[in-house]
Design a protein around this ligand. Structure first.
Ligand code: HPA
Length: 265
């Protein structure tokens, strides 16, 4: 962690970062909106080596709407190497850079007909459908992280206000983490619906747990790219996810910019 921090500070300066952003599948170009310094993950010890197309493996630190942010252009998913703690060092670095909050984004399938592809969903909470946990193996009592308000009420209220101001619907719902990389079966989707899930995806939950462990406040937004398996005739594929993500990405960018302007103002 210290080596990565050192390299980042030597290139991007030591001014504290206010907020971190993790960009999901097909959303990586948002990193280009930041005026700042881009550091490839490959230069940073402990950062993941990303092999999923549609991701941008750079950390960009700089100004977005007057707020100093750290944008993670890509994440390592559990399904890549079987490591639920793959984003541990990046999140630890984020905290060490001074950030107090993280906004994670992802592409997800919807189980709610009123939240169709192209729309966004703000996570009110999540279900860990994988049974995995990035904190397994932690030795101290700090591992018993409370998750009652893991999705921070104040951050969520701020993002909802920003969405309202932009005239963009931002319904809240429960995100369910499925390990991937295969998509879910229709029976699994029916089961997840019964359990209380509104959307399903292959990321974000381990990052929320790690971020809470490091003392970051967290909010997360899903870009809905498809109806979940068995819910529509549409074909579910990674190609489809990458093709659909930009539809929601434009809305996401407007909400984030508006939210940051509010912080800066
Ligand atoms: N399931 C899991 N992950 C996803 C989906 C889905 O339907 N769509 C985009 N990411």
């Amino acid at each position: 962690m210290d080596d990565a921090l050192e390299i980042i500070r030597s290139r991007a300066g030591t001014a504290p970062v206010h907020l971190g952003l993790i960009l999901g599948s097909g959303l990586g170009h948002l990193a280009g909106a930041v005026k700042g310094v881009s550091v490839p993950y490959a230069d940073l010890p402990g950062f993941p080596h990303i092999g999923v197309s549609g991701h941008n493996p750079n950390l960009v630190i700089g100004d977005l709407e007057g707020v100093r942010v750290a944008v993670f252009g890509a994440r390592e998913h559990y399904y890549e190497n079987g490591n639920p703690a793959a984003m541990r060092v990046p999140l630890q670095v984020l905290r060490a850079l001074g950030a107090e909050a993280l906004i994670a984004t992802n592409a997800a399938g919807s189980m709610r007909p009123d939240i169709p592809p192209g729309d966004l969903m703000l996570l009110s909470d999540h279900i860990n459908f994988s049974g995995l946990n990035p904190l397994i193996g932690e030795k101290t009592d700090a591992r018993f992280v409370p998750m009652t308000a893991a999705h921070d009420p104040d951050l969520r209220a701020g993002l909802k206000a920003a969405a309202l101001a932009e005239g963009i619907a931002l319904p809240e719902g429960v995100y369910t983490w499925y390990s991937g990389p295969s998509f879910e079966t229709p029976a699994e989707i029916r089961a997840i619906k019964i359990l209380g899930g509104d959307a399903v995806g292959m990321s974000t939950v381990p990052e929320v747990i790690l971020a809470r462990f490091f003392g970051l406040r967290v909010a997360a937004i899903s870009v809905i790219t498809n109806m979940a398996a068995g819910m529509s005739a549409e074909n579910i594929s990674h190609e489809h996810t990458k093709a659909m993500a930009p539809l929601g990405a434009a809305k996401l960018e407007r909400i984030l910019r508006r939210y940051l302007r509010g912080l800066a103002g």
